[in-house]
Design a protein around this ligand. Sequence first.
Ligand code: S3P
Length: 428
Amino acid sequence: MRVEPAAALVGDLEVPGDKSISHRVLLVGALAEGTTVARGFGASADTLATAAAVRALGAAVELNGETALIEGAGLDGLVDPDGPIDCANAGTLLRLLAGILAGQEGRRYELTGDPSLSRRPLERVAEPLRAMGATVTTDDGHAPLAIEGARLRAITYELPVASAQVKSAILLAGLQAADGPTTVVERTPTRDHTERLLEAAGARIRRSPRRAAVWPAERLRPLDLDVPGDFSSAAPFVVAATLLSGSDLRIHGVGINPTRTGFLSVLDRMGARVSLFNRRAAGGEPIADVEVAPTELVATEIRPEEVPLLVDELPLFALVAGLARGESTVTGAQELRVKESDRLESVKEVLRPLGVRIQTTEDGFRVRGVPARPRGGVSVDAHGDHRIAMLAAVAGAVSREGVEIRGAESVAVSYPEFFAVLDSLALR
Ligand code: S3P
């Protein structure tokens, strides 16, 4: 796939339904009694893997355009799948499902993934689930993951790494524990979509800053919601419109949950002109329309406590920093090394050939920005990682000579129509 330079990004768009929320709606819907209705569901390779997984466990899922209907099996109604459950590229599916299956007493499951998912760490979820009483084995810390469900006991667990996936797995297990509450304590806040959806499904949840507790549930009620647009899918367009003079872009119905929008605060510090209007609520989450006008940017520093609030936008931050005046740094982002690719290295391998002056460190990167379009005219590899493919595409659009992307099809993991939408907004 070749992305040509663009002069501006102009127009209005909506992005697909939030991927994190779409996974969770399928999983919580499968555990509920009755029909869950999710309008604006974000269908992508990742969430289709979750749909297949919950079908294999006995929940019926129907996708009608952008509406997902899930006929829940109930907390006690899951059936034995025919074989291993394939989680494909989806870390969220693998980790959250592990939490659900840990409470299925006396049953044994195997969860597998693609080569990328099979390189990602699983002990972080296996360890607390073992502490609750499940038997969990990994292949030297990786998939395949085998789980023997048990009658679980409640625990209080302090997360050693800031991870919403691990937090969510423990809370989902806690729903099925023999006693309660099961409490997760986090040093830095992470996305809280699971807590919001479990509350909407009638579970007893108690929350305070950096702490979430769940009590065992007899049953969950089905959900009926509009899934907010995915902030992480909006972010590439926000970046392109900020960097291309002449842009005038509005993205409608985007989720602005404060645990997800750290990138907006960072852009604001850099001088960007991104405004939120029509603030409202959808699916138990805050949403807004986002308007972007181009501007010149100055460098900034991202510290460890901010990282979870923009973890999936850090690759895009590297590009923004490359075009900002001054030196930008990120620290405390070692988690990027265990995402769909080693994102610290893949970001560097995409941006350096374009002319961006980036250096990686153990836990982040440093960028010496130059407020001018990078050269481009190169071929880069997406490393099988959807967020890196989108980074490369935006880099190509803001470069002088365009970029050839190898493995661009990986955008289908979260946003299958990404290139078509980018093309429809770009003025050349
Ligand atoms: C996600 C949490 C984050 C994020 C991932 C989706 C989620 O991962 O990077 O894309 O849906 O809970 P971690 O929780 O492992 O940091």
